[in-house]
Design a protein around this ligand. Sequence first.
Ligand SMILES: [Zn+2]
Length: 85
Amino acid sequence: MSWTECQNVLNLPEPIEHRQLERLDENSVFKSKCPTCKHGALLMNRDATTLKLIRTDNCILCGQKFLYVGDMPEDTLSRTKACAS
Ligand SMILES: [Zn+2]
């Protein structure tokens, strides 16, 4: 990885809405394209013990950090009740 590619690693986290991101892969609702460098990926993390989705993420290519604001994708792993709405 060159310095140019990881230049965003020291930037402050960028607030973004997850639902407005472009999905990286149609089979996953969690993986998104990085809106900063357009080539990297945001893979979304889970808490190792609670398995809840974590609202902070970073691009695996450019290193830009993000903070998810607003609605998160439907989380089938940590969901406790069926949601009818
Ligand atoms: Zn990126």
